[in-house]
Design a protein around this ligand. Structure first.
Ligand code: NDP
Length: 251
């Protein structure tokens, strides 16, 4: 089956109607834009993040726009232990009985520093939030993803997760890990489930993370999160059935 260039994808208005999609880091930046965009295309979104007021603001915007009311999951991925994950799974199971989409988007930058001086505690924290939490969440949610007709899992990579660059430390290494995790999970689910698993590299995008990584950059030098959504919609919707194990660029 041939697939279009996801960057030029033109989604139907009701592309995600009836789908239940969980977005991590949904309170700001690219995650908030993805949640709004999925909801605008008909999905019920579960907004996962660590800051309640940010999640509530995205929730209220989605409701005010007349889209399906989202659910909130306030979880700090740096600290969450088993019970937080078990509660989340139980709530999705009882409310929806399945999960059609999972966007792993939450991440932290850590510090920009040479390996020789990189703080070990920061290293652990970045690897935990960016990689280990995505592994745990995927592991716990797989039974609900399997219960959907054609579930889509998207991991969020970065150009420094494909080619290492000086001073990107644990962030770059975590994104190499994310690419690897996505490949392993795609291979394990290929042919024997209806789950597809892919990576997206958003490219430089105007968010708080971009500002802290490149403080001297002119703010409008990079696109707004809302303008890079075509590949996210393509991978979340039914037109990407059979597309798995890929890592694609938004820009
Ligand atoms: P932001 O920093 O703007 O947003 C990150 C989100 O992750 C925030 O909502 C944040 O919540 C959430 N988050 C961070 N830590 C935790 C935690 N412990 N538990 C729960 N949620 C948490 O980043 P972007 O929107 O720019 O990045 C989104 C994704 O895109 C990331 O994976 C990033 O690595 C990737 N990316 C971004 C690029 C860019 O140029 N912007 C380029 C390449 C990749 P809170 O707001 O409450 O802190």
């Amino acid at each position: 089956m041939s697939h279009p260039d996801p960057r030029n994808y033109q989604p139907a208005g009701d592309l995600l109607g009836g789908r239940v999609i969980l977005v991590t880091g949904a309170g700001s930046g690219i995650g908030a834009a993805a949640a709004r965009s999925f909801a605008a295309h008909g999905a019920t979104v579960i907004l996962l993040g660590r800051t309640t007021r940010k999640l509530e603001a995205v929730h209220d915007e989605i409701v005010a726009a007349g889209h399906p009311p989202p659910a909130l999951a306030v979880i700090d991925l740096a600290r969450a232990q088993g019970p937080a994950y078990f509660d989340l799974v139980a709530q999705i199971q009882s409310s929806y009985g399945r999960l059609d989409g999972l966007l792993h988007n939450a991440a932290i930058l850590g510090e920009r520093s040479p390996i020789e001086h990189y703080d070990v505690g920061t290293w652990h924290q970045v690897l935990h939030v960016n990689l280990t939490a995505a592994f745990v969440l995927s592991r716990e949610l797989l039974p609900l993803l399997r219960a959907a007709d054609d579930a889509s899992v998207i991991f969020t990579s970065s150009s420094v997760g494909r080619r290492g660059r000086a001073y990107w430390g644990a962030y770059a290494v975590s994104k190499f890990g994310v690419e690897g995790l996505a490949q392993v999970l795609a291979d394990e689910t290929r042919d024997i489930t209806r789950i597809r698993v892919n990576c997206i590299n958003p490219g430089g995008t105007r968010t708080a993370m971009r500002r802290s990584a490149f403080p001297a950059e002119v703010p409008d030098a990079r696109p707004e999160p809302a303008s890079i959504m075509a590949p996210y919609l393509y991978l979340m919707g039914p037109d990407s059935r059979g597309f798995t194990g890929q890592s694609i660029d938004c820009q």
